[in-house]
Design a binder for this molecule. Structure first.
Ligand SMILES: Nc1ncnc2c1ncn2[C@@H]1O[C@H](COP(=O)(O)OP(=O)(O)OP(=O)(O)O)[C@@H](O)[C@H]1O
Length: 356
């Protein structure tokens, strides 16, 4: 069962270089969230702060009642056991075969017998599609397999929170979709809370329940996927379309002069690159057939429907459109005008198990 991660007013600097400030968000238990943002905005620093590898100078990060920013080293050590982390390259030991890599946390952190370790390792290798690859060295397998092995290793201690740093790095679009499917399949099976840091627009549009974006040293937004995907904020639109035209520059944010010069260039007909057809809210990927329904997805629908009336209108429409006819009936949002959604949805709460 996943746990909630509550971040409040988190601020991180290195010396006098502030990376981000006043970041507040809640990762809802069992849901899949993604964090986007231009390169260098501190997404990896944020992940490392969540597991206490880096110490923010202000704010709180509360997990199961423990503030990992201020807790003792011993409590931090215990709380870290709730996490599974998948680093960009899988962070495997090059001289160990996949079996020993995946077994490593069990041998380090538990007193389990080798028989029990073998059972767990083979189960996680099967879960990540690596059955039969246990004797391979990391250097003998593809990047996609290395990432899946990294995920298998992240799963062996039965984590309740899984952090993933740029799962698409080095992968082609098809392999990126396969690993995305694997995240949703794992989420359906173990109900862990996920946070995925990514630049990949396809993944961001189709995988998470919630999306956030870091920009200009702040969390520009965080909320249900439909909010960001229907946003008119220039920085969000530019990011989703991968265009040069907008506030994000080549290596940092643009100053006014650069913006004006570029605007003139684009107005004179120079293409801004990127793609134009990244609009709307595509259907969210689902767990593979035969797997259980995601509890996180069901809970999210309930949660989002309760606060529907507080969301921008475009997001409200997208959320209602994504519901099945049964779910619309359940939440009392069959047609009609969005301003009434909140009231109807609130009345319908507790009326039995929702249908997604
Ligand atoms: N240990 C550290 N000491 C000093 N500065 C650091 C440290 N770790 C990260 N930084 C700085 O923090 C900033 C944010 O880095 P980070 O890697 O988190 O960005 P990111 O958003 O993950 O980027 P990318 O998308 O390119 O991976 C960078 O300027 C980086 O140099």
């Amino acid at each position: 069962m996943g746990v909630e991660v509550v971040v409040e007013g988190l601020t991180k600097s290195f010396g006098n270089q502030n990376i981000w400030r006043d970041v507040s968000l809640t990762l809802p238990p069992g849901e899949v969230s993604a964090l986007l943002g231009p390169s260098g905005t501190g997404k990896s620093v944020f992940l490392k702060s969540l597991i206490g590898l880096l110490k923010p100078e202000r704010g709180r990060c509360v997990i199961n009642g423990v503030d990992i920013v201020t807790c003792s080293e011993r409590t931090l050590y215990e709380t870290r056991k709730l996490f599974g982390v998948l680093f960009q390259d899988g962070a495997l030991f090059g001289s160990m075969n996949l079996f020993d890599n995946v077994a490593f946390p069990l041998r380090e952190h538990t007193r389990k017998s080798e028989t029990e370790i073998r059972r767990i390792v083979l189960e996680k290798l099967e879960m990540t599609g690596l059955t039969g690859a246990d004797d391979k060295l990391p250097g003998e397998i593809s990047g996609g397999m290395r990432k899946r092995a990294g995920l298998a290793r992240a799963l062996v201690l039965d984590p309740e929170i899984i952090l993933v740093d740029e799962p698409d790095s080095g992968l082609d679009p098809v392999r990126t979709t396969y690993i995305s499917q694997l995240f949703l399949d794992v989420n359906a099976q173990i109900d862990a809370t996920f946070l995925i840091v990514t630049h990949n627009i396809n993944l961001a549009r189709t995988v998470p329940d919630n999306i956030g974006m870091l920009f200009r040293k702040e969390l520009a937004m965080f909320g249900p996927r439909e909010v960001l995907l229907t946003s008119d904020e220039p920085v969000v639109k530019q990011f989703l379309h991968g265009r040069m035209d907008g506030p994000i520059g080549m290596s940092e944010e643009k100053d006014g002069a650069t913006l004006a010069a570029e605007k003139a260039m684009f107005a004179a007909g120079h293409g801004a690159g990127g793609v134009d057809d990244v609009t709307g809210v595509p259907p969210q990927m689902q767990p593979s057939p035969g797997l259980p329904e995601r509890a996180g997805s069901r809970n999210r629908t309930d949660r989002v429907m309760q606060s529907l009336h507080t969301l921008p209108e475009n997001a409200q429409h997208a959320i209602v459109e994504s519901l099945s006819p049964e779910a619309r009936r359940h939440y009392g949002v069959e047609g009609g005008d969005t301003h009434n959604y909140g009231a109807h949805a609130a009345i319908s709460q507790g009326a039995g198990s929702p249908v997604d």
